[in-house]
Design a protein around this ligand. Structure first.
Ligand code: SF4
Length: 296
């Protein structure tokens, strides 16, 4: 298969076939993100797409496998117009007529540019389980990080998805509001989650990569990172204040210091005990030496 650069997918899609149909991110401006800095957003050429599809079809055929679910990569495929997405999905179906579900990352700003008719059309084509990088429920933090949306827009777009019946999941970054804002940020994230009603909340922790714009902001004293106790307190506040018991809380990212996951309705108490234990016992200095958040 011919692919371009590093590809990413949500950890909970580890068993889904990841297929690159576009490279990079149209936004590429979030201060904390370095994922696609080396790529300019573009579609993968049709001949490459078809040659990759033929190769995958041959492999699946050899082992008698069916491809029923696919994750479209890179980070910003949903920014393509509904027509372009339909065209790509139809091409994939030529090779895999059994395909049922098509999932991908989606940005709030990309949702904004789709009409309700577009969303319904995409749903009918099998598009479901959109992973949306809300990151935070604190507006000044979203603005500082150049995220390209605010919470009001996040809520509006999630409500549209709920109306048309496309499942969606929330990506959040704890610690993103910086030092001294654990309670505020945790509560804001919980309010956001309670309004947007995602299926899964996926949590990672703010990591300052050397080549990020955020690193420069820290050097210029424009941002101060929260320490681990604060970060875990924010997570606890969020966990405690989610209303919907059916949400799956996934915080097992390698960048999280207390990996855990489970359903709110049955696993919340166990998860909060783990967080509380860590908050009470963590030695910040030893911790800082041991956990280096240097790459995704
Ligand atoms: S966080 Fe998402 S939207 Fe922001 S630059 Fe990275 S890939 Fe693009």
């Amino acid at each position: 298969m011919q692919t371009e650069g590093t590809m990413y997918r949500p950890p909970v899609e580890a068993n889904t076939f990841v297929f690159q149909v576009a490279a990079g991110c149209t936004h590429n401006k979030c201060k904390f993100c370095t994922m696609f800095r080396d790529k300019k957003f573009h579609l993968i050429k049709e001949d490459v797409l078809r040659s990759n599809l033929a190769e995958v079809k041959e492999y699946y055929g050899r082992y008698g496998l069916k491809l029923e679910r696919i994750f479209l990569d890179d980070g910003d495929v949903f920014s393509l117009s509904a027509d372009k997405l339909e065209n790509i999905i139809n091409q994939i179906r030529e090779y895999f007529p059994e395909l049922k579900e098509i999932t991908m990352y989606a940005a709030v700003r990309s949702l904004k540019h789709k009409s309700d008719e577009d969303l319904l059309r995409l749903k009918d084509l099998g598009v479901n389980d959109l992973y949306i990088g809300y990151e935070s429920g604190v507006d000044d933090c979203l603005m500082f990080m150049n995220k390209g949306h605010n919470t009001e827009e996040s809520i509006r777009q999630a409500e549209r998805l709920n109306q048309v019946g496309i499942r969606h999941h929330a990506l959040l970054i704890i610690g993103m509001a910086g030092k001294g804002r654990a309670e505020e940020s945790g509560m804001a994230a919980a309010r956001l989650i309670n309004q947007i009603k995602p299926g899964i909340v996926l949590l990672t922790t703010l990591s300052v990569f050397d080549d990020s714009d955020l690193k420069q902001e820290i050097i210029n004293n424009n941002f101060t990172e929260a320490k681990e106790k604060e970060i875990l307190t924010e997570e606890l506040v969020l966990l405690d204040n989610i209303n919907d018991g059916n949400i799956y809380f996934w915080a097992s990212h390698s960048l999280n210091s207390v990996p855990m996951e489970g359903y709110i309705y049955k696993d919340r108490e166990n998860m909060r005990r783990k967080l509380q234990y860590a908050i009470e016992n963590i030695d910040e200095e030893t911790f800082a030496q041991q956990l280096k958040r240097e790459r995704l």
